[in-house]
Write a protein of this length. Structure first.
Length: 254
């Protein structure tokens, strides 16, 4: 379930499609628990909206992945302080390059603990999923960034805040090319090559807020504080990043 509240950090990563014996769902859950202090993801939510404990969590996750379609929402069981993650398949017809993808969606509280853990949690999810790319963004900023995408020819409304138009995922040529930016961006080694990052001369500021991952990818932080597009300085940083990387969103190709 993506973040749906103003006080959430929404995390999304995009990875190669699951196969029936895939171990990535469990790797994602274990990675999140290591990255977020005290986190235990041992609950799900029923169709009636009730919390349900998962005493056999690994077997439950295995049931979901046996179809190659992903896994249902799993959470920490605290309704007042919810951390969630789920994953599903995005079909080939809706995905870049006509290749089905595995999407993982997580939500963290937008508080001091969640903010401090966000880099580690994004990295854990992305590396566990073997993702092409992903991002972690406060919900309110994420709404405006999502509105950059034009999915229909008759959608003539410009994106908010002067942000550039980006193509729909299905119109992009390669899954390695990130579709959009976020407060924190995860770029795999392949994604970084596709967009030309890093260039030491042009990316000194971004590199000062970036780090490599174990697999050679990057976590890139646009702003020290969580991205707030009501802050003119933050909005300027986001616009400059789009100018620096025209490949993002398929904007460099017709």
């Amino acid at each position: 379930m993506p973040a749906t509240q103003e006080n959430d950090i929404g995390i999304i990563v995009y990875a190669p499609a699951l196969v029936s014996t895939d171990s990535r769902p469990l790797a994602i859950v274990h990675g999140m628990e290591r990255a977020f202090p005290g986190l235990r993801l041992e609950w799900t939510i029923s169709r009636e909206g009730k919390l349900v404990r998962l005493p056999q969590r690994e077997a439950w996750l295995a049931q979901g992945r046996s179809t190659g379609r992903g896994f249902r929402l799993i959470c920490n069981g605290d309704e007042s302080y919810r951390v969630t993650v789920s994953g599903w398949e995005s079909p080939a017809g809706l995905s870049p390059g006509g290749q089905a993808q595995f999407e993982v969606h997580a939500a963290l509280p937008l508080d001091a603990t969640g903010i401090a853990a966000a880099v580690e949690v994004l990295e854990a999810i992305a590396e566990g999923a073997r993702a092409f790319w992903g991002h972690a963004t406060p919900f309110s900023a994420g709404v405006d960034i999502a509105r950059q995408t034009k999915n229909r020819p008759d959608d003539l409304d410009p994106p908010p805040r002067g942000l550039p138009v980006i193509k729909s995922p299905s119109a992009m040529r390669s899954p390695e090319i990130p579709h959009r930016l976020g407060w924190l961006s995860y770029w795999s080694a392949a994604a970084a090559r596709a967009i030309g990052f890093p260039d030491p001369a042009r990316d000194a500021e971004l590199l000062s807020r970036s780090r490599r991952t174990a697999t050679g990818g990057w976590i890139v932080k646009l702003t020290e504080a969580p991205l707030d597009l009501d802050n003119p300085a933050h909005l300027d940083v986001l616009k400059r990043a789009y100018e620096r990387f025209p490949e993002i969103g398929g904007r460099s190709t017709p």
